[in-house]
Design a protein around this ligand. Structure first.
Ligand code: AMP
Length: 280
C-alpha cells in the first residue's frame, strides 16, 4: 500500500489509476480506524480497481469546545489495518495540502446543515461539506463511500453532489455495530465501563421505536417519546435530539411516512449518534 502525502504524488497516482478504464473508489476518514471504516473499504473493493482512504482530522469541522486536539491519531495501527485488507493507497495530507494559505471559499448546504447535529454544532457541516469537496477534487474518484452511521452527513453529501453536479457516485454503507448493538465509533474509546454499558440504550431506543412503527404507530411524537424513555431509564440525561424525519429529505413529519429515527446524546462527556430506518 502506498502512502501519499503531497499533491504531486496524489496526482500521479490518480492519473495512473484512472488509466485504461480503472475505477477509483475513495473513502474519506479521520483515522482511528475500526471495522466500520473497513466495511467502507471492503464495499469499495467490490467494484473498484483501486481504493484510496484519506486520513485527515479536519480542523474546520470541530467547534472551539470540541475534541480536535484530543481526537485519536493512530496512524501506524491504521496503516496495518488497511494493509491487511489490501487497500491500495492512503492519502495522509497535512492541513496545508488541504487548505493552502489564502483560501476564501466554503460550501454551505442549507438548511440541511443547520438542523439536527448542525443545530448544536454550528459550522460543523460547513466544515464537512468543504473538506469533502476539496478531497473529491483532489482524488477525483469515480465513487466515494460514506457510512450510514453519519446519516445527516451522508444525506448532505448526496445533496451537495447533486446540487453542484459533481461527477462522483456517492455510496452509503450500512452501520457496523458491536454485538450488543452499539454503533462502532472512534469516540467509543472515550467511554468508561459504566458509560459503555449505558451507550447500548441508543440502539435499544431505536429498536423500540422501530417495533412501535411496525405495529402501526405513525405519530412522530409518540415514537420519539418511546425512544426518549429508554434513554432516560438507562441514565442518559443529556439528549441532544431524538427525531423522526423523512428518510430521504430529513424533512420533519407529524405523521410519519418512510421514516428514519435519528438520535444524538451525550453519555458522560462523549457525544454519540445513531439512527435507524424504521421500515427496515
Ligand atoms: P470518521 O472517521 O468518523 O469521519 O468516519 C469516516 C467514515 O466512516 C464516515 O463515512 C462514517 O460514516 C463511516 N463510519 C464510521 N463509523 C461507522 C460504522 N460504525 N459503520 C459504518 N460506517 C461508519
Amino acid at each position: 500500500m502506498i502512502v501519499i502525502e503531497d499533491r504531486q504524488s496524489l496526482d500521479s497516482w490518480v492519473e495512473q489509476s484512472r488509466m485504461w478504464g480503472g475505477k477509483v473508489g475513495f473513502i474519506p476518514t479521520m483515522g482511528a480506524l475500526h471495522e466500520g471504516h473497513l466495511a467502507l473499504v471492503r464495499e469499495a473493493k467490490k467494484t473498484c480497481t483501486q481504493t484510496i482512504v484519506s486520513i485527515f482530522v479536519n480542523p474546520t469541522q470541530f467547534g472551539p469546545e470540541e475534541d480536535f486536539s484530543q481526537y485519536p491519531r493512530t496512524f501506524e495501527k491504521d496503516r496495518a489495518l488497511l494493509e491487511e485488507i489490501a487497500c491500495d493507497a492512503v492519502f495522509l495530507p497535512s492541513p496545508e495540502v488541504i487548505y493552502p494559505p489564502g483560501g476564501q471559499t466554503y460550501v454551505a448546504v442549507e438548511p440541511l446543515a443547520s438542523q439536527l447535529c448542525g443545530a448544536s454544532r454550528p459550522g460543523h457541516f460547513q466544515g464537512v461539506a468543504t473538506v469533502v469537496t476539496i478531497l473529491l477534487n483532489l482524488v477525483r474518484p469515480h465513487a466515494a463511500y460514506f457510512g450510514v452511521k453519519d446519516y445527516q452527513q451522508l444525506t448532505l453529501i448526496k445533496q451537495m453532489v447533486r446540487d453542484l453536479a459533481m461527477a462522483v457516485e456517492v455510496v452509503g454503507v450500512p452501520i457496523v455495530r458491536e454485538e450488543d448493538g452499539l454503533a462502532l465509533s472512534s469516540r467509543n474509546r472515550y467511554l468508561t465501563a459504566k458509560e459503555r454499558q449505558q451507550a447500548t440504550a441508543l440502539y435499544k431506543a431505536l429498536l423500540a421505536a422501530q417495533s412501535l412503527f411496525k405495529n402501526g404507530e405513525l405519530k412522530a411524537i409518540k415514537l420519539e417519546k418511546a425512544a426518549r424513555k429508554i434513554l432516560y431509564e438507562s441514565g442518559i440525561e443529556q439528549i441532544d435530539y431524538v427525531e423522526v424525519r423523512h428518510r430521504k429529505t430529513l424533512a420533519c413529519q407529524l405523521s410519519v411516512e418512510d421514516p428514519v429515527m435519528l438520535i444524538a446524546a451525550k453519555v458522560g462527556k462523549t457525544r454519540l449518534i445513531d439512527n435507524m430506518v424504521l421500515s427496515t
